[in-house]
Design a protein around this ligand. Sequence first.
Ligand SMILES: O=C(O)C1=C[C@@H](OP(=O)(O)O)[C@@H](O)[C@H](O)C1
Ligand SMILES: C=C(OP(=O)(O)O)C(=O)O
Length: 456
Amino acid sequence: MRSVKSYRAPQNPNRESMPHPLTARRSARISGRVRVPGDKSISHRALILGALAIGRTRIAGLLAAEDVMATAQAVDELGAEVTQKDGTVEVLGQGVGGLRAPQGPLDFGNSGTGSRLMLGVVAGHDMRVEFTGDASLCRRPMGRVLTPLITMGLQVEAQGEGGTLPLTVRGTGDILPIEYDLPVPSAQVKSAILFAGLHAPGRTTVIEPLATRDHTERMLAFFGAELHAEDKAGGGRAVTVCGDAELHGAALSVPGDPSSAAFLIAAALICPGSDLVVENVLMNPTRTGFLDTLREMGASIEVLDLRDEGGEPVGDLRVKAGPLKGVRVPPERAPSMIDEYPVLAVVAAFAEGETHMAGLAELKVKESDRLAATAAGLEACGVAVRIEGDDLIVRGRGAVKGGALVETHMDHRIAMAFLILGLGASEPVTVDDVTMIATSFPGFAALMTSLGAELA
Ligand SMILES: O=C(O)C1=C[C@@H](OP(=O)(O)O)[C@@H](O)[C@H](O)C1
Ligand SMILES: C=C(OP(=O)(O)O)C(=O)O
């Protein structure tokens, strides 16, 4: 058994000064039968809940990407030892409230999810912790998670300008339960509050305006917490966790990440003659907005063998290339496909007619301003695109010119989306840097190449 530190995904210390460009060329067909790496959201939560449980948690299929390895490292430094053996990762849980102060700062790299979820965990422990991350993470808003956690008892001792990382916080053993209306639909904020609520006496309730991914709720119940969820009028939900909780170590298997599968699906749709099966993809309804939208566009996507695995629906997806038409994507669908908009915009460029994606304000505060980066990349590739307020409107003409160098702004999803565009475009497309792809999808280029993609 080895500590997770010894197998941490290699990080490039010169990342910001050594960009690694990659070029995508028009590809004949994308075909085969493959799996994508484990779901990132479930992987973070499995490590965190494993640390808060009593006893050992065994995780099969954990995503071995930089974002998740940062969470594994943080959990390990907080005293819940993380080891791996034969592809299974094991966390030695310390029980709710049982973690200890780390020796140094916790570095979450590029990961919004890891840092925000762990702020909720630290809030319930009597300890002082410094949170830091890379240049992108240090620009992202933390006030959305700090505001409710401060109400519960967290103290912020130092912070970057405007409430950003690096942050020094002091948690408390006397955290208070709250009822909180989320001002933005964010699963990260909801989860941070529920994790803090595990330590509080009484019931902590989060009311969300639109239902966001519910992995925290499913996994809390799976680990033995008492939890209630109630649907609200207009698509919202109220989720309550009972505090002073006792969680028990569990064995779980992480399904394939639908946000990673999205790139393969998009490639198969736009490269003529493609016929692709992506196996073992998470089909949780709070994550399937991308598939729903593609079907409305006319895509041929079949779900084979829909099954339940460890409390989450999973299926194999068969995708075939074919003509697509533009559609209107309503704002209330955004939480169920928030990370898929850049690649949906790419697919929309190959469709016939206008695709209007409404209500994308949250895209502006991701690893980059994805609304601006997506529009700029499409424009550089000769696609008619415009931003109206928080909406992105793409006029598809059935074909895309390409022939551009696209700026990724150090954002993994922008890099992958525009490599996919290059596979279907008439002229090659180069993205300026693919280093960041390792934060969510290790082995992306090799997997795509094995399916017929021309990447070099
Ligand atoms: O909770 C999660 O695991 C995530 C929630 C989403 O962020 P928000 O909560 O900010 O919408 C998403 O963009 C991110 O990749 C993962
Ligand atoms: C937004 C993302 O992740 P995070 O917020 O965890 O950095 C993402 O993976 O697209």
